[in-house]
Write a protein that binds this ligand. Structure first.
Ligand code: TXA
Ligand code: MG
Length: 362
């Protein structure tokens, strides 16, 4: 709670931060900023006009609630309206806050009667999601703005979340004015969303804090999974109108579950036709595609490959960026080597996003 801004007054960094904070306080155009998970698109969570600016810029459906970002526990407690010296933060969250804040964890809290939060933030729910990011730039911005910031990921709705300032520009150029550039995001997938108000507590979205980590906290040993990855599996390109698009590049994504083996060129062409541009994202075991057998008459096939490496944290960090990069090469289809998500680590979040992005699962 007691840290100070160390930069000298008058440096460009501080001036840009202050300008962004002023925009957040005084305008209704959202500001994009880095967090350790993904870039967020922030607005003053207490002003309806400002929050509506987020939905407009992203073209986000208004029934999807936003996470509210705080720079200190005191700022959160003030919003929760403490009575007679009692801590308004439910006890179940204490061990999580101690261990994981600031960090990639969002907790669901009751929205108090007469709350200062704009109703657009909660999309009509009696609860709201609260998070304290650990990116120093994000914390500075919230503190300087002097208000909690509602912020979804700063992508255009349905696109992969942005993990670099450039991604935000690609999606939202012309719709927003300011992006704070903090470099690439450290985690690469969004925060874990947990609900400790229900019993047993549940995970609503897998993310940067893992099931394994949650289970080590008192009261969270029996946390249940309260979300569903897309259940269908198998080769089934779906009717366009039925598509649930999320985290999606323009290309068709074919996800191979861990251990499903590597598709050969004939299989890939089966999905995309003979004159094609193909993207491949490798993780642990797949071999470079230059080693694949080439078919007669396949001269018009161009293949772009990205190797995310064998380490799961690296896969999480690079995943959204890889999908976006392959889109820039205008590939028709992207074949992705999935990772084993049975260990309760961040692979769970990776596979959750990939299953939502994929139209074809093998
Ligand atoms: O890492 C992150 O969480 C990023 C960065 C910018 O902080 N933000 C983010 O926001 O991913 P967004 O809007 O893309 O995702 C918010 C998620 C959604 O799945 C939403 O449904 C859920 O949080 N959520 C928000 N408020 C909720 C509530 N009251 N109850 C249940 N789920 C809620
Ligand atoms: Mg999002």
């Amino acid at each position: 709670d007691n840290w100070d801004i160390k930069w000298a007054v008058g440096t460009p960094d501080l001036e840009n931060l202050q300008r962004a904070a002023t925009e957040l306080r005084t305008t209704s155009i959202p500001v994009a900023f880095p967090t350790e998970t993904v870039y967020g698109l922030g607005a003053d969570a207490t002003r309806s006009a400002a929050v509506r600016g987020i939905f407009q810029a992203k073209k986000r459906p208004v029934d999807n609630p936003l996470i509210v970002h705080f720079y200190s526990l005191q700022q959160l407690r003030t919003l929760l309206q403490p009575t007679d010296g009692e801590d308004p933060i439910p006890a179940i969250y204490k061990p999580l806050i101690q261990k994981f804040w600031p960090g990639p964890l969002t907790i669901i809290l009751p929205n108090p009667a007469g709350s200062v939060l704009a109703p657009e933030v909660t999309a009509g729910l009696q609860t709201f999601g609260a998070r304290m990011p650990r990116s120093l730039l994000a914390l500075c911005l919230i503190k300087l703005a002097g208000v909690p910031l509602a912020a979804p990921s700063a992508n255009a709705s349905t696109r992969p979340s942005p993990t670099a300032a450039e991604h935000v520009k690609d999606d939202l150029d012309g719709r927003i004015q300011t992006i704070l550039d903090g470099g690439p995001c450290e985690v690469g997938v969004e925060s874990t969303v947990v609900d400790g108000l229900s019993s047993p507590p549940s995970i609503l979205r897998p993310g940067g804090i893992t099931l394994e980590q949650l289970r080590q906290c008192p009261g969270w040993e029996n946390v249940v999974v309260g979300y569903k990855d897309k259940p269908e599996q198998g080769i089934q390109p779906r009717a366009p109108g039925m598509k649930y698009r999320h985290y999606s590049p323009k290309a068709t994504v074919a996800l191979y579950e861990a251990g499903a083996g590597q598709p050969d060129l004939a299989t890939m062409l089966g999905y995309v036709g003979r004159t094609s541009r193909i993207g491949i994202i490798r993780t642990k075991l797949w071999k470079p595609a230059c080693g694949l057998p080439v078919l007669d008459g396949s001269k018009n096939i161009e293949i772009w490959e990205i190797d995310l490496g064998a380490a799961t944290a690296g896969v999480a960090r690079g995943l959204f960026s890889a999908l976006r990069e392959l889109d820039k090469h205008n590939v028709d289809a992207i074949f992705v080597e999935g990772v084993d998500d049975t260990e309760g680590d961040i692979a769970t979040a990776v596979m959750n996003r990939l299953r939502k992005a994929a139209e074809v699962r093998i």
